[in-house]
Every structure is written in structure tokens, then in C-alpha cells.
Design a binder for this molecule. Sequence first.
Ligand SMILES: [Zn+2]
Ligand SMILES: [Zn+2]
Length: 194
Amino acid sequence: MKKPINQEKAVCVECESDYFKNSSEMAELCPNCAHELYGYPNCEHKFDNGNCIKCGWNGKTSEYLKNQTEKITLETESYLIEGKENERFFPFLELEFNEDVVYENDIPKYYLSFSEDLKSAYGIGKWIMTELEKNNHDLRKTITLIGQSLNLNWDIFSTNVGKQIDESWKSEKIELTILTDNVIEKIKTHYNNV
Ligand SMILES: [Zn+2]
Ligand SMILES: [Zn+2]
């Protein structure tokens, strides 16, 4: 006898939880890890007796991912601005349309990426899409406001605009922290503890 397809179980390679195979868009990951790692829409979990009744996940991934601060190294270029010769400007010209860099006090610090259809952000809950909606899809405004809510000076552009010095271009490797809900949570916790 064939089991109903929605009861077919698999083991997630990331969190090692059982999950229902057809609840995830990825072959080897539960919907929660597929969301955390690759930005797929998450299951709207409903837990009963320790497991989600919709996807079967045991709720334990988040503990593991919580301790991870993911980094990305971008190869990019920088240049100098006339009159500000001790500061380098990082325009990140090679970013894709769905990638952004968040500057904190003009210093590139976080990396933010959206899915190709721009309907979800990697590692960030649906709330960011709601915020974007509120701000007429103005990402710059949204990021600035999120920064303000954390008492931080955030922007997706550097304010170091001015006349660039042509011969000052140079290759750079910049390590950025991937901006996720967990990272935002950490920033909040840090502020509460200071
Ligand atoms: Zn998982
Ligand atoms: Zn679930």
C-alpha cells in the first residue's frame, strides 16, 4: 500500500530533524532551513507536541543557526574622494539587482540579498517585505528606518560622494556580515545589555 505523499518523511541535512518531504521546496532541507539558508518561503509552523503539524520540523534548527553569524567576502573596488584623502569609498558596482550593502556610519558592514523575484529576503522574515510595502518599495528609506529603530545610522549608499580621484581605484576584498533576523536580534540584545 502506498503511503499518502504528504506523510512521506525525510531527514534535513542541516538540522537533522524529520520533516514532511512535500512541505519543503528543497530536496534535502526542511522548510525552516531552506528559508534560513536560501530564502525560500518558510512554513508557518504550528507546533503540537514538539513538532510542527504542517511540516514535521522539530523546532530545533534555530538554536543552531542562532549561533551562526554568516559572513560573505565580496571582491570589489574602492577609490578616494578629493578633499577626503584618508577615506576610501566602496561603491560595490558589481552587486546584482537583488543584492545590497548596508553601510553603518558610511562603512560597509552588512550584506542583504533578496530572492530573484524580489519577494523575500535571504534570512529575513516577511516583515521586511511588509516594511518595504509601507515605504513604497523604497529600500533606502526602509533600511534607514530599520537602522533608526536600532539606534544605528544605516544606509544602502555611502554619503561619501564627491569628485573621485581617477588613479586611486584599487581592488578590495571586503568581508560583510549577512544581515538576517538573527543578526538583527543580536544587535538588539547587544543594545539591551549595554
Ligand atoms: Zn532543517
Ligand atoms: Zn512547519
